[in-house]
Design a binder for this molecule. Structure first.
Ligand code: ATP
Ligand code: MG
Length: 431
């Protein structure tokens, strides 16, 4: 029989890779908690409409990348390609639009039918946050909108996660504004007028986008387009007063939050839902797949789910890309090896010791060989720092030997508490 392989674009997470992955997720979860985010888990598949409506009928994700299938009951379902739509759907389904703001963290697998390459997979994993509620509308007394603080908080949270992963030196934060609807309409007209002069030089994809979604052209990675894009009109020249104030406010609060950034007028989102703040954390260390975290403000997604008008802001980050940037993988903690050198009472004493260690929170494994040599070989193979040895003599004088395998020293103890303390001490010395 041919050996079965994982499907193209998917990968097993084992050993060091799993430890990197877990470190990224746990760090993000912990930092998101300090920002007051609570974790939500939404289904991995949703009604296709959840994504088709929110991601835009013409987006790459909807037209080319979704895993959509009919289930046995004939319903059209889609494996989630991203996390925001499910969170907005859940906000409405759970009647939470009356208890805003909601601060949400999520982590889990996403699915996109893409051409696999370094940092690009068909099943990949994201961590993300969404802050639902704070609006971009100026207060009647002229104060800045609450959305300004929310946007700066979200970006600061992303920055802090990268900092705690130890990769902030490799990553640059770039921010932009997409303005409000009025700003975008003006910009779109100026952009189309400009691009018309270059129609024949644009890539095929971009030529198609010219009518449907000209903003997307600014996102093109095609070298032919890039030269043209360099001279294209920028949104910043077409901002309404409100949009300009909003953007200036976000930048001011980023200074207050001590988050360094660069402005990049080229950052866009191709959908009408996205407005005001857009940002990306980018690295030069992953080749073409340099965006590790991307996010921004959106309006109308909650409305598309049948809820009221609720504004949101959030980001998503690719766990695989973050994991690749970690300087080193977190160490695995190898269990202590409990070795009983015989059957009957010797084995039973070992098993009791095993259970006592585990219940005291110490990782421990029991050697399936009742021989010192084989037991120590196993301990060596998995990297145990400690062996706990029980033989005939030990059973007779009610003691247990704790051997420090790195120092090659050992001591006998009679009280279980002392055995546990001795094992813990060796673990602690290596932590
Ligand atoms: P890209 O331009 O790389 O295709 P995107 O705009 O499609 O990215 P988003 O939808 O903004 O990406 O997703 C946020 C993050 O999720 C990305 O910045 C990236 O880190 C990660 N990501 C997206 N698609 C993939 C994928 N196919 N494989 C691995 N990570 C991915
Ligand atoms: Mg993509």
């Amino acid at each position: 029989m041919p050996r079965l392989q994982p499907p193209r674009g998917t990968h097993d997470l084992i050993g060091e890779e799993q430890r990197r992955h877990r470190f990224v997720t746990e760090t993000a979860r912990r930092i998101a908690e300090t920002y007051g985010f609570a974790e939500w888990s939404t289904p991995i598949f949703e009604d296709t409409a959840v994504f088709a409506r929110t991601l835009g009928e013409t987006s790459d994700v909807v037209t080319k990348e979704m895993y959509t299938f009919a289930d046995r009951g004939g319903d059209s379902l889609t494996l989630r390609p991203e996390g925001t739509a499910g969170v907005c759907r859940a906000l409405v389904s759970n009647g939470l639009t009356q208890s805003l703001p909601q601060r949400v963290f999520y982590a889990g697998p996403m699915f996109r039918y893409e051409r696999p390459q370094k940092g690009r997979f068909r099943q990949f994993h994201q961590i993300g946050v969404e802050l639902l509620g704070p609006s971009p509308l100026t207060f009647p007394d002229g104060r800045l909108p609450s959305g300004v603080i929310a946007d700066a908080e979200i970006i600061a949270c992303g920055h802090d996660i990268l900092h705690h992963l130890g990769i902030d030196a490799d990553v640059t934060l770039e921010i932009n504004t997409l303005g409000d609807a009025a700003s975008r309409e003006k910009h779109r007209a100026a952009l189309v007028a400009y691009l018309r002069d270059f129609v024949s030089d644009l890539s095929d994809d971009s030529r198609l986008r010219l009518e449907k979604n000209p903003l997307r052209i600014l996102d093109s990675k095609d070298p032919r387009d890039q030269a043209i894009i360099a001279g294209a009109p920028k949104i910043t020249a077409h901002l309404s007063d409100e949009a300009q104030k909003f953007y200036d406010g976000v930048k001011k609060y980023l200074y207050i939050f001590d988050v360094p950034f660069k402005e990049n007028p080229r950052i866009v989102r191709g959908l009408d839902y996205y407005s005001h703040t857009a940002f990306e954390f980018i690295t030069t260390r992953l080749g073409a797949q340099g965006t590790v975290m991307a996010g921004g403000r959106y309006e109308g997604l909650v409305g598309e789910m049948g809820g009221p008008q609720v504004s949101g802001v959030g980001f998503a980050a690719g766990i695989e890309r973050l994991a690749m940037l970690l300087a080193r993988a977190p160490e695995a903690i190898a269990p202590a090896m409990v070795i009983s050198l015989g059957a009957g009472e010797i084995e039973e004493t070992g098993l009791k010791m095993l259970q006592a260690l585990r219940r005291a929170g110490v990782a421990a494994e029991f050697s399936y060989h009742a021989a010192l040599k084989r037991g120590l070989e196993r301990a060596d193979k998995i990297g145990s720092l400690v062996a706990v040895l029980i033989g005939e003599d030990e059973v007779k004088n009610h003691s247990v030997i704790v051997r420090d395998l790195t120092r090659r020293e050992q001591n006998a103890y009679t009280a279980i508490e002392d055995v546990i303390a001795a094992v813990k001490k060796i673990f602690a010395e290596h932590a």
